[in-house]
Design a protein around this ligand. Structure first.
Ligand SMILES: [Zn+2]
Length: 275
C-alpha cells in the first residue's frame, strides 16, 4: 500500500515539471536587410521574448517538412512589407520563429506584427498537425509556427539594456521594449487569430484601458498606442487576452531553472504624442 502511494507521488512530480515547461521564441534576422537591428536592439528584443517564454507553457508539436510532406510558410517581409515565402519549413516543438526587421512604416506607426500563414501538402496526419500544433481545432486554440514583425526605421527608439527597471527612460524616445511586447502579442494571435476574432470586434483593447502589473495600475499593453518616453508592461488583462486565444499562461513566471530544462494579419501600433 505504501509503495503505491510513493509511485503516484513520483508521477505527480513528473507531471508538474512537464506543465511548467515554457515555449521558446526564436528571432530570425535574415530579412533585416535595412539593418534595423543593432546588437543592443537584439538584446532588448530578446528581453521582450523572454517575458512570454516565462509565462506561456503550451505544448506545441514540431512541424518537420520531409519527403512528400511540404510546409510552406508565408509572412510579410519585415524590410519591404511584400509577401515572403519559405518552402519546406520546419519548426521545433514548443518553439515559435519570428522574422524581424525594420522599414519606413510612415507617420506615427511604430511597428506592425502578426502570425504567419502557410500552404501545405502531404499526409493527412501531417496536414492535421499544422493548424494548432497538436492543440485541437483552430476555432478553439491557436498554435502558430511563428510570424513577422517590422519596426519603423524612422522612429526615434530607446533600446533599454536593463528592462528590470523602468528608470531613466528618455522622455523623447519610444520605448522599444514596450513596442516589442505589443507586436509579439499580435504574433501570438491578439487581434489576429480566429479564436480572438470569434469573440472580439476590435484588434486592440479600447484606447486607455487600464489594468494591473504586479498590483500597480497601468494602461494595457494591447491598447492601440503608447505615449513617447513611457513603458508599458504586459498587464493582467493582456495576459487574460492571450488566455482567451487559447494560450496556457502560468499564474507566476516559470522559474528560470525549469525554463532552461526544458497570409499574415497585421496589427498597427501608432503612438500618440504628449500634448
Ligand atoms: Zn497593435
Amino acid at each position: 500500500m505504501k509503495k503505491m502511494i510513493k509511485i503516484l507521488a513520483i508521477g505527480a512530480i513528473g507531471l508538474s515539471a512537464q506543465q511548467a515547461q515554457a515555449i521558446t521564441i526564436e528571432f530570425d534576422y535574415g530579412f533585416d536587410t535595412n539593418n534595423f537591428f543593432s546588437a543592443q536592439a537584439k538584446s532588448t528584443l530578446n528581453s521582450a521574448g523572454a517575458f512570454f517564454e516565462s509565462r506561456l507553457t503550451d505544448n506545441l508539436t514540431a512541424i518537420t517538412s520531409s519527403g512528400n510532406n511540404h510546409f510552406n510558410v508565408n509572412f510579410n517581409n519585415p524590410a519591404s512589407g511584400v509577401n515572403a515565402t519559405i518552402n519546406d519549413f520546419s519548426v521545433n516543438a514548443d518553439t515559435l520563429v519570428v522574422y524581424v526587421g525594420g522599414r519606413n512604416l510612415g507617420g506615427s506607426t511604430l511597428g506592425v506584427g502578426g502570425p504567419g500563414g502557410f500552404g501545405a501538402s502531404g499526409t493527412q496526419s501531417f496536414i492535421d498537425n499544422l493548424e494548432t500544433r497538436g492543440q485541437g481545432i483552430s476555432s478553439q486554440d491557436f498554435g502558430p509556427w511563428g510570424g513577422a514583425i517590422s519596426f519603423n526605421t524612422t522612429s526615434s527608439w530607446y533600446f533599454d539594456s536593463d528592462v528590470s527597471t523602468d528608470a531613466d527612460l528618455p522622455g523623447n524616445e519610444n520605448d522599444f521594449y514596450s513596442v516589442a511586447l505589443h507586436e509579439l502579442g499580435h504574433v501570438l494571435g491578439f487581434g489576429t487569430s480566429d479564436t480572438w476574432n470569434s469573440s472580439h470586434l476590435d484588434s486592440h483593447w479600447v484606447e486607455g484601458t487600464l489594468s494591473f502589473v504586479d498590483g500597480v495600475s497601468q494602461e494595457a499593453a494591447m491598447d492601440p498606442s503608447i505615449i513617447v518616453g513611457t513603458r508599458k508592461h504586459f498587464t493582467d488583462l493582456d495576459l487574460l487576452g492571450l488566455r482567451d486565444i487559447g494560450w496556457e499562461v502560468s499564474a507566476v513566471p516559470v522559474p528560470a531553472a525549469v525554463y532552461l530544462m526544458g497570409s499574415a494579419m497585421l496589427g498597427l501600433f501608432g503612438f500618440r504624442r504628449k500634448s
